[in-house]
Design a protein around this ligand. Structure first.
Ligand code: SF4
Length: 167
């Protein structure tokens, strides 16, 4: 029996959520309520659609163009257990994982929530921090505002501090 994921939507081939062609999953539910958020429909924790790891892996497998899968939202860290299971299954079929979060790397490190740490370990890149309207920019790749960072997760965990990825 696998953990059920609650999603708001999927983009089967995205080029704006990380390098390469990516399968992007928007999870349902976000506690941050950033003013100016582009996905307000993802904020309520009720609703959305239930789906399983098996369903998503089967869909991703059908498209050889997909290089990786991006977890977006909503707040992926609020469904860390289900996403960890999904990430492991996707890595088994050769896909890399990128995760967006409204939390900063430093907040996640301070919190040390076991489920969130486990999800973090599955990710190649973490795009962290809330969307800040005052720092909104169209010039920052894969992000909405300049405060958000693209972090190399392995290097950051090894260093115990945020290490930006040069992408
Ligand atoms: S964290 Fe993301 S989904 Fe949540 S309110 Fe902020 S921008 Fe929107």
């Amino acid at each position: 029996m696998t953990e059920k994921l609650h999603i708001s939507g999927i983009i089967p081939e995205s080029i704006v959520d990380g390098p390469g062609i990516r399968y992007t999953i928007f999870v349902q539910g976000c506690p941050h309520h950033c003013p100016g958020c582009h996905n307000p429909q993802t904020h309520p924790f009720e609703g959305g659609k239930e789906c399983s790891t098996e369903e998503i892996v089967a869909e991703v497998k059908q498209d050889p163009l997909i290089s990786g899968v991006t977890f977006s939202g909503g707040e992926p860290m609020c469904q860390a257990k289900a996403l960890t299971e999904l990430a492991k299954a996707l890595k088994n079929i050769g896909k890399n994982i990128i995760c967006y979060t409204g939390y900063t790397f430093e907040q996640l490190m301070e919190e040390q929530d076991p489920d969130r740490m486990e999800l973090l370990k599955q990710c190649r890149y973490l795009i962290d921090g809330p969307f800040l309207l005052a720092e909104k920019s169209l010039m920052v790749k894969f992000r909405g505002s300049k405060n958000q960072r693209i972090l190399d997760v392995r290097a950051s965990l090894e260093a115990g501090a945020a290490v930006e990825a040069g992408i």
